[in-house]
Design a binder for this molecule. Sequence first.
Ligand code: ADP
Ligand code: MG
Length: 680
Amino acid sequence: MVKSKSSHLYESVSILSGVGAKKVEALSGLGIRTVMDLFYYFPYRYEDFYEQNVYNLADGDKAVLHGQVVTTPVLSRFGYKKSSLRFKMEVQDLVINVVFFNQPYLRDKIMIGEDLAVYGKWEQAKLSLTASKTVDLKKTDQLEPVYSTTASIKQWAIRKLIKSAFEDYGSELINIVPNEIRDPLHLMDEHDMIFKIHFPKSYDDVKEARQSAVFEEFFLYLGRLKWLKKDDDQLGIQVNYNLNELKQFIETLPFELTDSQKHAVNEICFDLKSEQAMNRLLQGDVGSGKTIVAALGIYAAFTAKMQSALMVPTEVLAAQHYDNLKQLFNDTNLQVALLTSGTSKSERKALLEDLKNGKIDLLIGTHALIQPDVEFNNLAFVIIDEQHRFGVNQRRALRVKGLMPNILSMTATPIPRTLAITIYGSIKISTIKEMPKGRLPIKTIWVKGASDPLIDRAVRYELEHDHQVYVVAPLVAESETMDLRNAEEIYDQYVQNYPKVEVALLHGKMKPDDKEQILNDFAAKKYRILVSTTVIEVGVDVKDATLMIIYDANRFGLSQLHQLRGRVGRSSIQSYCILVANPQNEVAKKRLELMVESNDGFFLAENDLKLRGAGEVFGNRQSGEINFKVGDPLEDQKSLQLARDAVDQVFSKDPELTDAENQNFHEFLVHTKDQDETID
Ligand code: ADP
Ligand code: MG
């Protein structure tokens, strides 16, 4: 077969020069496997080098200043390789000091009288700029992309890699979206779009490229949904459950279900019994009690002697659900099992045997559940917790295993119905509107500084009352290593301040087993204070934790803050959340005010949307609702709508995508399909 022109794009990054096994692994940690993935690894922001008004600068600001050199640069050397180069510059009407460290060669390049622009950090008290580089204002590439990185790969390395990959293979980029769609919408050519995203000359470039990228992303996503759906339209498994047994089980619950919960259970049971395969989304705020609703569906399936699977995004969460559900079903014959990547080989073998023989009624795990060798006996019901973290294809892979099981997705992030339908196809929605009885709204307080005495007072008060405290350490989005360093500092500080209690530290670099151990120990009250980077898992349930302190709260999005806060207030004890932040920008202030004002996730989500946009280029998708990299289905609803119409147009004319015009699109779908079926 003749290789198509675009073949390198779908090849492993290992074909790039300088990329060995180690880099391959580091890149795969960022979700980058192929050259195409690398091109589509977009910066989450840009550093800009536009000239600034010196009178508007605050201490510590990074800025480009432009003026005339008014003294001859003086070089001083101190020690091996260390030096400083100092001179004065007149910027606007102000004479400022400029210093470059360890760049002695600049002495011969910077002349008195010269017109110069320099980039650096402003020190107000000394009217001084600690400069890191000179900037050529005429050459207009004053934007530098900033990518998310991990400890194993550095910012400069990613930049360099993308640059060289683009030089070598950029010309192979072809338009996947068919021309009949591109032309009327004036989409940018893929090649130009990728170029402008990684090497823009202005924010206008970025904006224009982003628009095309968002449309394309939605188009490809919806296109794939449609493509896969061809094999999906089948009847579902009917679950003829025993209503009396289910009712009896509900009687044994230690609490009364809320009206919304009852309603949701009824809707789920109705779906289970129907011939159609269930495709339902259960949405409810953090702490609203989604798990028990799912559990009742599981129990219903059990009364029909059918199996269920519960799939969650992390191993820690899987272990927690396992403990809780095992406890819940303790007095029944319903057999629960947990399968994670930590399950030993022999345990796994026995477990899979039992699963196949129908001895296990409920299997809980991460996407370890969709490994090819995991075979069910009669899987009828699948629950996906915090569904937005799973792609449509993982859902499908699971679906494929059990003929056509009924699928319930659960999420704490509400999305409008029409949007849900666009994104998930013909989905039905159940909503839990109220919190369990007896819950007190969490009181949220915003303080400006980490040394505010209120923090210490609150911690002491809660400890005296035998409660527990979560401390969320500051976030430095660009590097896990730095996040960890911050968390360690805070941890040391808490250990010192509260010597009589046990303090634990939890962070993203720990092994899942260690994380789980710490969370379990915290739940068992071995620790009273838990200092953590943001890894506090969605869904962790510790009833005596009544205080949460979030440092640098302005760095989190509103929904993320709300999710975090939802870790407290899980019983009838009054809980508190202290937000520590002193942001200068109005949007950040408004976010914090909203947090203080409201405990309602739906209200906050709505307002989050209104506040977003300003200053965010590609946004911070980690906190996004549904896993799109570029587009935001809420913010970019118009593009989403256009993409949906475009996909319908293409498929109605050429359902099998055999027309020459759709060849690239077809090829893309085939390639990504292969990719989806291999689950790591
Ligand atoms: P989420 O919706 O965030 O997943 P969970 O299902 O973890 O919430 O429920 C939070 C807590 O509320 C759990 O401890 C659960 O046992 C409890 N809970 C759920 N429903 C009720 C209810 N109707 N009355 C009292 N407590 C409830
Ligand atoms: Mg939950």
